[in-house]
Design a binder for this molecule. Structure first.
Ligand SMILES: Nc1ncnc2c1ncn2[C@@H]1O[C@H](COP(=O)(O)OP(=O)(O)O)[C@@H](O)[C@H]1O
Ligand SMILES: [Mg+2]
Length: 577
């Protein structure tokens, strides 16, 4: 109950008002009684004067007379002043009493307080409870001549007045208390309302709702506190927004990194994991907060992480991922003030690098093999020649064969150099070229070869544009090699159809032969270096196995698209520009 300020204010204020009202009541009642008694006393003093006078006038009757006379006188006087009268001797003996006829029965009054005071000081008063009348009696005694006159009055009238007064005061006090209660409840509400508002604000704020503000300032110290709190909330919100923004930037950065990144806390739970990490290890999207050995399914990765966790040493190793992918994993323990705080795991995908490395190795071995073959053959011819120098026909035949191999070696080296130039040089300026002209000149060079196999080449320049931007050297390489193949891998008496037309915004040129075709399992590989479906056939035609690689590189540099299709009736190459 006292936890609330308003209740405390109400309680203490009400206690104060009640105490004050009670004190007031007591003071008023006491003062009223004192006032009443003073009036009664004065009244009695006046009446004693009167009695004194009467007694003095009837001295003989009073002093000398018989008891009967005294009693008669005293009853008469009592009847006049409406008070009980007692005459007492200085030794305390009752001489007459207006109420009691049988004074002989009455006690000696010497030790009654009012009598004692009258004997010593001339007059005295006393209030006593009368057992006979069951009420308080007021006694007033004064010396008079040779004795004491005592008057007695029941206080019933005063008590009644005081009781009435008390009732009035109690009623007034009650009303005051009720009004005070209403007023104090109102005041305490007014005082505590801003405090409660501030309290709600503080609660919301501590619960993380930084958007709340106090809107109605009170115009006092609490208002100043509220303004200060609002400013505090502004600053806190700005700071938090800044932090959130920073964190967002950091998260975006980490998310956009191609390497898989994860941070694992001291408790072995994943704190951060980017998209690349999740896809590389196929962990699912919800890994944050999970134990790393539950989320990561690679045994070797987990054992390395465990090891780093124990030793606190960095580890770099190759890891095989899913789908035959590889990565270089780097585990870096994160330390702060000497103790291990967590582990940073970075997975760098090395699949492409590994593939390129493998391709380089293959290329070198292929190339050395290709280069060595004609030399070995040449060496064989030359050795045979040496042994049969006298046989002119044989020497001539061997020399021809040797020359063929020298030509092959030469064209192989030429193709290798050409391919190397295409791969490394960017020096192929864009110029205006005439596609029909280029195709025709390639056809011219190859006419002789075609005629030997009785192959006819037809070119339908159709609706294609005469001139387009490109590079003549590259374009010649594309068309020459494809038409060359269309002749080489054609049957005797076959045809090569070259067709050029616009297809939408694309210039499409198809080169279709009626040759031996390409098996479906090889169609994707024919653009690889040194790939040949039939090695001996290729060699017989003087092929190097590099023609289509040159085509692919040249087309890439020209931004052209080259695709091949083949069925039982021949092969068709489509060039889209
Ligand atoms: N028009 C075609 N018809 C059938 N096979 C072809 C055709 N063009 C290319 N090929 C196949 O693709 C291989 C690679 O061609 P290419 O790179 O030009 O090398 P090559 O020097 O052997 O001609 C050839 O050996 C051949 O097996
Ligand atoms: Mg070829």
């Amino acid at each position: 109950m006292f936890n609330k300020i308003s209740n405390r204010i109400i309680f203490f204020f009400m206690a104060l008002v009640t105490a004050m009202t009670a004190a007031l009541l007591i003071i008023i009642i006491n003062q009223t009684r004192v006032y009443y008694l003073a009036i009664i006393r004065r009244e009695m003093a006046e009446k004693v004067n009167f009695i004194d006078l009467i007694v003095k006038q009837n001295r003989a009757r009073y002093l000398g007379g018989a008891l009967y006379e005294r009693q008669k006188l005293i009853r008469e006087l009592s009847g006049i002043i409406d008070l009980r009268i007692t005459f007492v001797d200085l030794d305390g003996t009752v001489r007459a009493d207006s109420e009691y006829a049988d004074i002989g029965e009455m006690d000696n009054h010497k030790y009654r307080p009012e009598i004692m005071d009258a004997l010593t000081g001339g007059s005295g008063t006393s209030i006593r409870y009368s057992d006979t009348l069951k009420i308080d009696m007021f006694y007033y005694a004064r010396r008079s001549g040779g004795g004491i006159i005592r008057l007695a009055k029941p206080l019933i009238e005063a008590d009644e007045s005081i009781a009435r007064l008390r009732a009035y005061i109690l009623a007034a006090g009650g009303t005051v208390l009720l009004l005070s209660f209403a007023v104090i409840v109102m005041i305490s509400r007014r005082i505590t309302r801003p405090i409660n508002e501030t309290l709600h604000f503080a609660r919301d704020f501590s619960a993380g709702d930084f958007s709340q503000r106090i809107h109605n300032y009170s115009n006092d110290e609490i208002g100043a506190v509220q303004k200060a709190l609002n400013r505090l909330a502004d600053t806190a919100q700005d700071t938090i927004n800044g932090l959130i923004e920073e964190q967002r930037k950091l998260e975006t950065t980490i998310e956009s990194i191609h390497d898989g990144i994860a941070v694992i806390g001291r408790d072995k739970r994943i704190l951060i994991a980017n998209r690349a990490f999740k896809s590389m290890l196929d962990t699912g999207s919800n890994v944050r907060g999970r134990l790393f050995f539950e989320a990561i399914r690679s045994r070797s990765l987990n054992s390395h992480l465990e090891q780093a966790h124990i030793t606190g040493q960095p580890i770099v190793f190759d890891e095989e991922l899913l789908n035959e992918r590889h990565c270089e994993a780097t585990i870096n323990p994160v330390r702060s003030e000497g103790s291990l705080q967590g582990i940073l795991l970075v997975l760098h995908d090395t699949t492409e690098k590994k593939k390129i490395d493998q391709m380089k190795t293959d290329l070198v071995s292929n190339m050395s093999h290709e280069l060595k073959t004609p030399i070995t053959i040449l060496k064989g011819y030359l050795e045979t020649m040496e042994q049969h120098l006298c046989d002119a026909d044989m020497v001539s035949d061997l020399l021809k064969k040797a020359l063929v191999n020298v030509d092959r070696q030469s064209s192989l080296i030429n193709d290798i150099l050409k391919l190397n130039r295409l791969e490394t040089s960017m020096d192929f300026p864009i110029e205006v070229i005439d596609i029909s002209d280029i195709i025709r000149s390639c056809m011219d060079i190859l006419t002789h070869k075609a005629q030997k196999k009785n192959i006819s080449i037809r070119f339908n320049a159709g609706g294609g544009p005469a001139r387009i931007p490109g590079n003549r050297f590259l374009a010649e390489e594309v068309f020459f090699n494809i038409i060359d193949n269309a002749i080489n891998y054609n049957h005797d008496g076959g045809t090569v159809d070259i067709d050029m037309k616009m297809s939408g915004a694309t210039l499409a040129i198809s080169i279709k032969d009626t040759g031996i075709g390409i098996p479906p399992e090889s169609i994707d590989r024919i653009f690889e270096r040194f790939y040949r479906v039939d090695k001996s056939r290729s060699r017989a035609t003087g092929g190097t196995g590099l023609g289509l690689s040159i085509v692919k590189h040249a087309a890439t540099l020209l931004n052209w698209d080259v695709t091949a299709q083949s069925d039982g009736s021949g092969t068709s190459f489509l060039i889209e520009i």
